[in-house]
Design a protein around this ligand. Structure first.
Ligand SMILES: NC(=O)c1ccc[n+]([C@@H]2O[C@H](COP(=O)([O-])OP(=O)(O)OC[C@H]3O[C@@H](n4cnc5c(N)ncnc54)[C@H](O)[C@@H]3O)[C@@H](O)[C@H]2O)c1
Length: 267
């Protein structure tokens, strides 16, 4: 069983979905988990799940696109646990279902700001702690939509493609310092990504869910993945079991990117 006992790990976007699953996997493997999210109630709920199960965690509210909030979040993690070993850059948002000419500039900027700038900022403030101990592990949550083009998702695809090459670039820069940087590319995972909050009616939510299920049903494993199936891979990449892996881009996608068939798929 993969263990990361006594390591301190920050997980962003850990209030829900894949981030919550990463946080639970890390805590189950013995880590001190810093659960971070913009949604305080959701983040606190993840903390309660961990602590009720005998694990160690605390919540820090932070918007990953805000430099000051991220700097404060990293400082809070180090202040609480005395160091930092692992960063899971997971927080992300969808970009709506639009072709590029239909996207408002501020909406494009928001997707890049959360997904890409958020990954940059959290890494920026975590890396000095990794450099000081000549050990650190970053796992970025990219997407299959960063590996290939996909329908009506220009901002999201651009942000995730950038995260993939940033992962490789960081592996080059920081490998000599003992810092490993890898990324997972989830395929269709059963979360509320892009359908969170009041922006969709129940009918729209159900319709979007049906499209996702249909799209996932065309992929080799014929189903959506569960968040825990991504969490386990992120745990592996963050652990010593992956000690010779850096710059790796790992699809966790039920075989999505092995096929041409996107049918009516969209995010
Ligand atoms: N669900 C999928 O099918 C899928 C596929 C590929 C990649 N991903 C990626 O996985 C990651 C997690 O997505 P999910 O599916 O779990 O979505 P989700 O909406 O269930 O969870 C995302 C979490 O991130 C938080 N968040 C959003 N903006 C934030 C910000 N600015 N700062 C801090 N936290 C913020 C949300 O509050 C939420 O708790 C994202 O990066 C997403 O792009 C998801």
């Amino acid at each position: 069983m993969t263990r990361i006992d006594h390591k301190t790990a920050i997980v962003t976007g850990a209030g829900n979905g894949i981030g919550r699953a990463i946080a639970l996997a890390f805590a189950g493997a013995g880590a001190n988990v810093v659960v971070s999210d913009v949604l305080a109630d959701d983040g606190e709920r993840t903390v309660r799940e961990i602590t009720d199960g005998g694990g160690e965690a605390f919540f820090v509210a932070a918007d990953v696109s805000d430099a000051q909030q991220v700097e404060d979040m990293v400082a809070a993690a180090v202040g609480r646990y005395g160091g930092l070993d692992i960063l899971a850059n997971n927080a992300g948002i969808g970009g709506g279902k639009l072709r590029l000419h239909e996207i408002e500039p501020e909406d494009f900027d928001r997707v890049i700001s959360v997904n890409l700038r958020g990954t940059f900022l959290c890494s920026k403030y975590a890396i000095p702690h990794f450099l000081a101990q000549r050990d650190g592990r970053i796992v970025n949550t990219a997407s299959t939509y960063g590996l290939i083009g996909a329908p009506n998702a220009a901002a999201y695809c651009a942000s995730k493609g950038a995260i993939i090459n940033l992962t490789r670039q960081l592996a080059v820069d920081y490998g000599p310092d003992g810092i490993r940087v890898n990324a997972v590319c989830p395929g269709y995972i059963d979360t509320h990504l892009g359908r969170r909050g009041p922006q969709l009616t129940k009918e729209e939510f159900d319709a979007a869910t049906a499209v996702r299920e249909k799209a996932a049903g065309m992929q080799p494993l014929r189903r959506q993945g569960q968040p825990a199936e991504v969490g386990e891979v992120v745990l592996f990449l963050a652990s010593d079991a992956a000690s010779f892996m850096t710059g790796s881009i790992v699809a966790v996608d039920g075989g999505c990117v092995t096929t041409f068939n996107y049918g009516e798929a969209s995010n």
